[in-house]
Write a protein that binds this ligand. Structure first.
Ligand code: SF4
Length: 336
């Protein structure tokens, strides 16, 4: 498969400053030592409870948050480049390739500007000098997200949440990106509107050959839209597999607990609910060993001391990665 982005050893740690001289007394380890490949043309879902680091991971890949260390290697047409070490001016020049759609499109639409005013700003930044050309482009973009072109004269507060999100998507697409992070992009919408916006994202992906990182806490949404799913816990990736594989052969105890909470109407299809004990521990003082061990119903002695290494299983030619001592021990027994 064609890799678009290689993330290696990515750490996004926020310093905690205390005392009169604001000395660094520790770090919030929001993303801790993440390795990940993102394939060109895929929808990669990222799930986990709030505070697990999924939004920080997305923003760190886009360099909207500067990582503490590690690499984000992007495959440009003239070769692979590490975005983390790219000078700001160069990064600004390639930023059109990497865009984000937020949960709340208000964050990218200035309430004081008409839709045209908000949407022309990235076009100007990326060199579209002629106003008539910008108007034509904005009209095309609005049409692409199924909105009338005369909406460009109106203000954000005149639109419903679903319409605003369509405008947010059109704005992100205005600079012809290759990679789009959708951060809880449908979470604030009613269920019926969610389905329409998801379908729009799928249609645009096909038409424009986009790659999505789809961040959400909604497992039903992620199952619907994703080709592959990453499960995060306390800044770490704990499981990665193709969507069907992850749902049918769930390996990590945390993922099992998450999936058991999905509401399913058919009583015969429901999973036995696995309650998650307690809260996610503080990323300032993460537990030793497996980060999930204080909440894991299957915790063993080794889990409290040793960080589990990634184990990859291959089923039907597809790889399934998990970080868990129990899974490792079980697969070793099976191969004996
Ligand atoms: Fe549970 Fe141990 Fe596996 Fe962590 S490594 S998920 S504590 S069984």
């Amino acid at each position: 498969q064609n890799i678009l982005i290689k993330v290696r050893g990515l750490k996004t740690w926020y310093p905690i400053r205390t005392g009169l001289f604001k000395k660094i007394s520790g770090y919030v380890k929001a993303v801790d030592n993440v390795d990940l490949d993102i394939y060109r043309g895929e929808v990669l879902g990222v799930v986990g409870e709030s505070g697990c680091g999924k939004t920080t991971l997305g923003k760190s890949i886009l360099q909207l948050i500067k990582p503490y260390s590690g690499e984000v290697r992007y495959q440009f047409h003239d070769g692979e480049k590490n975005l983390c070490t790219m000078p700001k001016e160069k990064l600004d020049n390639v930023r059109n390739k990497l865009q984000i759609v937020f949960q709340d499109p208000y964050s990218s639409l200035n309430p004081a500007f008409t839709i045209f005013g908000s949407m022309e700003e990235p076009l100007i930044r990326f060199g579209m000098k002629s106003k008539s050309e910008r108007r034509r482009k904005v009209a095309e973009l609005l049409k692409e997200v199924n909105l009338p072109e005369n909406y460009m004269e109106r203000y954000p507060n005149e639109f419903s949440g679903g319409q605003r999100q369509r405008i947010g998507i059109a704005r992100a697409l205005s600079v012809d990106p290759e990679f789009v992070v959708c951060d809880e992009a449908v979470s604030a919408l009613d269920v019926s509107i969610q389905a329409q916006v998801l379908q729009l994202l799928i249609d645009l992906k096909k038409k424009r050959h986009l790659t999505y990182m789809f961040i959400t806490h909604n497992l039903s949404v992620v199952e619907y839209i994703s080709d592959r799913i990453v499960v995060m816990y306390l800044g770490h990736i704990v499981e990665v597999a193709d969507t069907d594989e992850l749902f049918q052969h769930t390996l990590h105890p945390y993922t099992k607990a998450l999936l058991s909470a999905i509401p399913i109407a058919d009583i015969n299809q429901r999973r036995k609910r696995i309650p998650l004990q307690g809260d996610v521990p503080s990323p300032v003082h993460p537990p030793n060993g497996c980060p999930f061990h204080p909440r894991c119903p299957q915790c063993m002695e080794i889990c409290k001391r040793v960080v589990p290494e990634p184990v990859t299983q291959i089923r039907n030619g597809r790889s399934h990665m998990v970080c868990c001592h129990l899974v490792k021990q079980q697969s070793e027994k099976e191969t004996v």
